[in-house]
Design a protein around this ligand. Structure first.
Ligand code: UD2
Length: 310
């Protein structure tokens, strides 16, 4: 049985990953429960949860002396772009420096780590206009969040080239699904919409801009498939991958499809676009396809599954 460390394992993506692999692996979660939630992970004999912060090097030392990890999925981060703009220095500690600390622990582990997978973000592309955004597209990080993600992923790849540590990085596009927290105004738009559609009285939803902005919305189950595939594939060592569907959907299309699925209507208000909002985004996923990945859910299917489980 493999031993797997998931940082941020009580969060939205981490908790899905923990549930997926718990049957065949021993899962160790470290999470500071800032945005993650205990109830995201059901008690399971193969899952051990440590409440702690990845910036706490003693905590990391404890983990790496207690366990020998086969796989490390590094998902913990300050996830809010807005928060990174408010608090750049604190974001740097968590989103960048802690990545390097983890890499060092992984490098010094006696038993070689089979794979260290780092969760980066489509934020690294910024407002660079080339579409679709492939792994070869120019990057233009515009916020502390994006800069830290880009710097971290480059460190992760450099640890492969310099020290032979088995690493990969992934760039998530717009991930959605069960347990995504809708409570912040900067939560994923689909979690906010789902809440609006589920309100018994007619829900309200604010569209920032004209609703023609597009995103590549990728369902959580496809994201977990991609993460596990990348972690186990020989060819993905030292490589970065986009995780998306390759399909572009506008916000207005999204609302229309959700109306159709739920049979409910919401009151939609249009306001000024958010500052720095990106007009169009879609992932090129050919590189991921070459590893054998094919998304199982288009937006309509993903929304349907989300709604059924909500
Ligand atoms: C995503 C990531 C963000 C960062 C960024 C990089 C999420 C949740 N956020 O931001 O972390 O990586 O990509 O490009 O994955 N919107 C509304 N009404 C609402 C909420 C959102 O109109 O109540 C709009 C928003 O202005 C944007 C679109 O919906 O045009 C998607 O918003 P989002 O926050 O879900 O994701 P995004 O792509 O801005």
């Amino acid at each position: 049985m493999s031993t797997v460390l998931i940082t941020g394992g009580l969060g939205f993506i981490g908790s899905h990953l923990a549930h997926r692999i718990a049957a065949e692996s021993k899962v160790v979660i470290v999470d500071n429960i800032s945005t993650g939630r205990r109830e995201n992970v059901q008690p399971h004999s193969d899952i051990t949860v440590y409440e702690g912060d990845i910036t706490d090097n003693e905590m990391l030392t404890y983990l790496f002396t207690t366990y020998e990890f086969d796989y490390i999925y590094h998902l913990a981060a300050i996830a809010s772009v807005a928060e990174s703009v408010e608090r750049p220095h604190e974001t740097l500690e968590t989103n960048f420096k802690a990545t390097v600390s983890l890499l060092e622990h992984a490098r010094n582990q006696k038993h070689p780590v089979k794979r260290f997978v780092f969760a980066s973000s489509a934020a690294v592309f910024g407002d660079e206009k080339t579409l679709p955004k492939t792994e070869f597209s120019p990057v233009k990080p515009l916020t502390p969040y994006a800069i830290d993600k880009l710097a971290s992923e480059q460190y992760v790849l450099a640890y492969n080239a310099l020290y032979g540590l088995n690493t990969s990085a992934v760039r998530f596009f717009n991930v959605y699904g069960m347990r995504q927290n809708p409570e912040s105004p900067y939560s994923g738009v689909i979690s906010i919409l789902t809440k609006a559609f589920s309100t018994e009285e007619q829900g309200r939803f604010t569209v920032y801009g004209n609703g023609n902005q597009t995103r590549d919305f990728v369902f959580i189950k496809d994201v977990i498939d991609a993460l596990v595939l990348i972690a186990h594939h020989e060819k993905s060592k030292g490589e970065v991958y986009n995780i998306g569907t390759g399909q572009e959907t506008s916000l207005n299309e999204l609302i229309g499809q959700y109306q159709d699925i739920t049979g409910n209507t919401i009151e939609t208000m249009y306001e000024e676009p958010r500052q720095g909002d990106i007009h169009a985004s879609v992932a090129g996923i050919e590189k991921l396809r070459k590893l054998g990945f094919e998304p199982r859910y288009n937006v309509y299917e993903g929304l349907t599954a989300y709604w059924k489980n909500y």
